[in-house]
Design a binder for this molecule. Structure first.
Ligand SMILES: Nc1ncnc2c1ncn2[C@@H]1O[C@H](COP(=O)(O)OP(=O)(O)OP(=O)(O)O)[C@@H](O)[C@H]1O
Length: 483
């Protein structure tokens, strides 16, 4: 669709963008990223044919841009520039109709039914029909942005060039605008080049991203490749953290506010309360957790950790809701809590802190092993989910990478199995050494302070502490359970 070959461009004799080379395919959603002043708008202006090139050539459908008349170019390309706040005296509908100019034919260039239909359609799509007879200067920034987008769409372009299209738009209009455009690129009827400041929106909607650094190409690739912490930190000179979007396979980047990493309280027994009906650990700050709790499962930040004792014959259909209500009776916010259940007498709980080389972990285990089983033979039996559970909580004073979370989980599980074996806990069905119970739960919770721990297997200090800690605490908990 569009080729940029050896392009340098700038103002006067000052080169701003240098030696750009890329090709954008028909139907592609192409994002341009970069810090303020890195040359994004200058490059986009060059692609509209507005700025004379200092070197190189830009071709649209194989023809150099400068060979198109402005009217002819307008039938192919529409532009949504950065909208300034100057006073506008046009009516909304008139403004959108201006987008039809290049399609109007003949000496008088009258408005056709097709023009009116198109204008109505794009006003509907951008949600501006209800104020089509108002004047632009009476509108909010976001409403005005949508009017100019409607004008660009009314042009029925093959290529749409957008300079910060979501600027001024609220969350819902950001999504509907980008969904609308993405739908057209997916159908192959539109190619989009858009400048983004929001890296997360760029990641969600763009097929490829061009990352500019001081007028040159830092990277041009798929979002997964471009949005790596090291690249973004190098170009934007700010600390970011990459994480997975919870529902879509696209990376998301979050900034880390100054001062949020300074507290240095050690996670230990001070924050734990044991009563007859629950073990509650209320951390002094939110912890990043990976767990299989009844609520608060998966990865998230939580402050309260509840191991609730339920009767042996507990049978609640809606146990999630039941757990939420229970937390509320304890004056805890369910959205900040991880909740687990056990039928065990909680006086059987064991907890202990383990420390080595300035690092530490605090482990809490409740081990009801009456229903213990050998996982490798579980497929042979119809196992009901009778209470009888090992709940393992590992609180880590450290800063775990994603890999380290997974390894902490593996290390804890291995240590638990070793404790069961050494305590000769057996599967009553076949006499085999047990590996766990049918309903074991685990929580890895980390303070995320200090130096990053890239791994947490038994080769690392944190892994050694988890291995020793979970093994010893589980063994003692089994011993106490067995009396
Ligand atoms: N009309 C102009 N005349 C001279 N210099 C300009 C002009 N427009 C922009 N510049 C300069 O070119 C450089 C790049 O500007 P450009 O607008 O392309 O950056 P950008 O990456 O789009 O920035 P932002 O994120 O702030 O919108 C800046 O240093 C800017 O001052």
């Amino acid at each position: 669709m569009i080729d940029v070959n050896g392009v340098s461009v700038g103002y006067g004799d000052q080169k701003i963008v240098e030696d750009m080379n890329f090709h954008i395919d028909k139907g592609e959603f192409f994002g341009i990223l970069g810090p303020n002043g890195s040359g994004k708008t200058t490059l986009l202006k060059a692609m509209t044919g507005l700025l004379p090139l200092m070197a190189g050539v830009i071709t649209l459908k194989g023809r150099p841009l400068h060979q198109f008349s402005s009217r002819e170019l307008a039938t192919h390309v529409a532009v949504l520039p950065q909208i300034s706040t100057e006073a506008f005296s046009y009516q909304v509908r008139e403004t959108v109709m201006l987008g039809r100019y290049a399609h109007q034919k003949g000496f008088f260039k009258g408005t056709t039914d097709r023009d009116k239909e198109m204008v109505d359609k794009v006003m509907e799509q951008t949600g501006i029909s209800s104020f089509q007879y108002r004047y632009l200067h009476e509108l909010s920034g976001g409403e005005r942005q949508r009017v100019f987008l409607a004008q660009a769409l009314a042009q029925e372009p093959h290529l749409l060039l957008l300079d910060e299209p979501t600027n001024h738009l609220d969350l819902s209009y950001q999504k509907s605008l980008l969904d609308l455009i993405k739908n057209q690129t997916d159908q192959g009827t539109l190619t989009v080049v858009a400048i983004f400041h929001d890296l997360n929106l760029a990641s969600l909607y763009c097929d490829r991203l061009l990352l500019l650094d001081q007028g040159t190409t830092k990277l041009l690739n798929h979002p997964e490749e471009v949005l790596k912490e090291e690249h973004i930190e190098e170009v934007y000179h700010t600390k970011v953290q990459k994480q997975a979007h919870p529902l879509v396979a696209k990376p998301q980047m979050v900034i880390v506010p100054e001062g949020s990493l300074t507290e240095n309280l050690v996670l230990d027994e001070r924050y734990m309360t044991l009563t007859e009906d629950c073990i509650l650990y209320s951390a002094p700050f939110p912890l990043k957790c990976m767990s299989s709790g009844i609520i608060g499962a998966g990865i998230g930040w939580y402050s309260h950790f509840m191991n609730r004792r339920v009767p042996v014959d507990y049978d609640c259909r809606d146990y999630k809701q039941d757990m939420k209500e229970y937390l509320i009776t304890k004056e805890l916010d369910p959205s900040l809590s991880v909740g687990m259940m056990t039928a065990l007498d909680l006086s059987n709980m064991i907890c202990e802190r383990f420390e080595m080389m300035g690092k530490s972990v605090f482990v809490i285990v409740t081990a009801g092993v009456g229903n213990a089983m050998d996982v490798s033979t579980s497929f042979q039996y119809d196992i009901d989910s009778k209470p009888g559970t090992i709940n393992t909580w590992v609180f880590i004073n450290g800063n775990l990478s994603d890999e380290a979370y997974i390894e902490a989980l593996v290390t804890s599980t291995e240590a638990k199995v070793k404790a069961l074996n050494d305590m000769e806990v057996r599967d009553k069905r076949n006499g085999n050494l047990a590996t766990g119970t049918p309903t074991d739960s685990i929580l890895i919770a980390s303070s995320q302070k200090g130096e990053i721990e890239p791994f947490a297997g038994p080769i690392t200090p944190i892994g050694k502490l988890i291995g020793k800690g979970v093994y010893e605490v589980t063994k003692k908990a089994i011993q106490r359970y067995m009396g």
